[in-house]
Write a protein of this length. Structure first.
Length: 330
C-alpha cells in the first residue's frame, strides 16, 4: 500500500513538474508522489494552488493537527470513487431506524469484543483486571437488546469507562495513572496520549474511506449532522483498542515516552515534539504490520484491515453480505 508522510518542520510544499517537494530550514526534500497515500501536518506549512491541484489529481489527502497534536481538519480532494447509488444506500440505512441500529450495534459489539481481547491479553500476563473484564462482559450481553442509538451509546460509554479503569492495572507506571477519560483538553499524560492516538486513528480511517465508494459524512453510531465526518468515527471504534491502546501500553512500558515528555500549558498538557514523532513512527509501523487473516488466508496489514472493514460495510449496504466487525485474535 501507499505510505503516509508526517511533517513536523515548518516550511512550504511546492510542485515541480510532475513531482512535489517540501522545503524547510533543513533543505529541500522531494516526495514520491505516486506512492503517497496521505500527508499529516503538525507544523506551519504554506502551499499554493498549483500544489493543491496536483495532489488532488494524485488523490492525496492532507490532515492538519494543531499545536497540541490534535486533529483540526482535512483537505479532502474531490471524490474519485463516490457512487450516487452507494450514497443513496448509505442514506437509506441511516433513515431507517432498524437498519441504522443494526449497523451501530455491530460497531459497538466489535469494539467491545476487541476491548475484551486486549484485557484478556493482559490477564494472561498476570494483570489483575478480571473484575473489569467481567463487568464489560455483562454489559456486552445487553448490546443486542438496545432499542435505540441513545441507549446503545450509554452502554458503549459504560463499557469504555470500565475499560479505562483497567489501564491503571495494565500500566506499571505511577506517572500514567488515569481517574477517568477526559478531553478538550486532556488533563493528564495518559489522557493526552489517548487523545493524540485517537486523532491518528480517525484520520487513517478517513483516508481509507476516500479509497472506497462510501461517503464519510454518513455514520450510524455517531449521528449524521452538521459535523463534516462521522463514518470514520464509527469504524475507528473497532480499531482503537487493538491499535492505539496497545501501542500506548507498549510505548510507556518501554519508556519510549515518559513523564518528561509532557509540559503544562494554560490549555492543558503539551506533548513534546520528540514524543509526537516517537508515537507517530510507532503508529505507522503498526499499520504496516501484517497478520494472517483467517478469512482471506493470507497476510494483510493493519491498514488493509481498515480498508477491508469498509468493503464489508459496502457489501452490507447493497445487501450482498451481512456486515460483521473485525475481531482480533492473538
Amino acid at each position: 500500500m501507499k505510505k503516509s508522510i508526517y511533517v513536523f518542520n515548518d516550511g512550504e510544499f511546492r510542485r515541480k513538474d510532475n513531482t512535489v517537494f517540501f522545503e524547510s530550514e533543513n533543505g529541500r526534500k522531494y516526495l514520491p508522489v505516486e506512492n503517497i497515500n496521505d500527508i499529516f501536518v503538525y507544523s506551519e506549512v504554506n502551499f499554493n494552488k498549483k500544489f493543491i491541484e496536483f495532489i488532488s489529481q494524485k488523490e492525496i489527502l492532507i490532515h492538519f493537527f494543531n499545536y497540541y497534536g490534535y486533529y483540526t481538519g482535512t483537505y479532502y480532494p474531490r471524490e474519485h470513487y463516490n457512487s450516487g447509488y452507494m450514497i443513496l444506500k448509505q442514506a437509506e440505512h441511516y433513515l431507517d431506524n432498524s437498519k441504522r441500529l443494526k449497523i451501530a450495534l455491530s460497531f459497538v459489539m466489535g469494539a467491545a469484543r476487541n476491548i475484551q481481547q486486549v484485557l484478556r491479553y493482559y490477564q494472561n500476563r498476570n494483570k489483575d483486571i478480571s473484575d473489569k473484564y467481567d463487568l464489560i462482559d455483562k454489559l456486552k450481553e445487553k448490546i443486542s437488546d438496545c432499542k435505540n442509538i441513545n441507549e446503545l451509546m450509554g452502554i458503549e460509554g459504560n463499557i469504555r469507562d470500565y475499560y479505562y479503569r483497567s489501564f491503571n492495572e495494565i500500566i506499571n507506571n505511577d506517572s500514567f495513572k488515569i481517574e477517568q477519560r477526559n478531553k478538550r483538553p486532556p488533563q493528564d499524560p495518559l489522557n493526552t496520549l489517548i487523545s493524540f492516538g485517537n486523532s491518528l486513528m480517525y484520520t487513517v480511517v478517513l483516508s481509507e474511506i476516500y479509497k472506497t465508494h462510501l461517503d464519510p459524512r454518513i455514520g450510524y453510531l455517531h449521528s449524521t449532522n452538521f459535523r463534516k465526518f462521522t463514518l470514520n468515527l464509527d469504524i475507528a471504534e473497532i480499531f482503537k483498542p487493538i491499535i492505539i491502546d496497545r501501542l500506548i501500553f507498549s510505548l510507556i512500558d518501554k519508556s519510549m515516552i515518559t513523564e518528561d515528555d509532557f509540559s503544562k500549558t494554560y490549555e492543558g498538557l503539551l506533548l513534546s515534539e520528540k514524543a509526537k514523532k516517537t508515537f507517530v513512527a510507532s503508529f505507522d509501523d503498526k499499520l504496516k504490520t501484517t497478520i494472517k487473516h483467517r478469512d482471506v488466508g493470507k497476510e494483510v496489514s493493519y491498514r488493509m484491515l481498515v480498508r477491508m472493514e469498509l468493503y464489508k460495510l459496502e457489501k452490507h449496504l447493497i445487501e450482498e453480505q451481512e456486515y460483521k466487525p473485525f475481531i482480533a485474535r492473538w
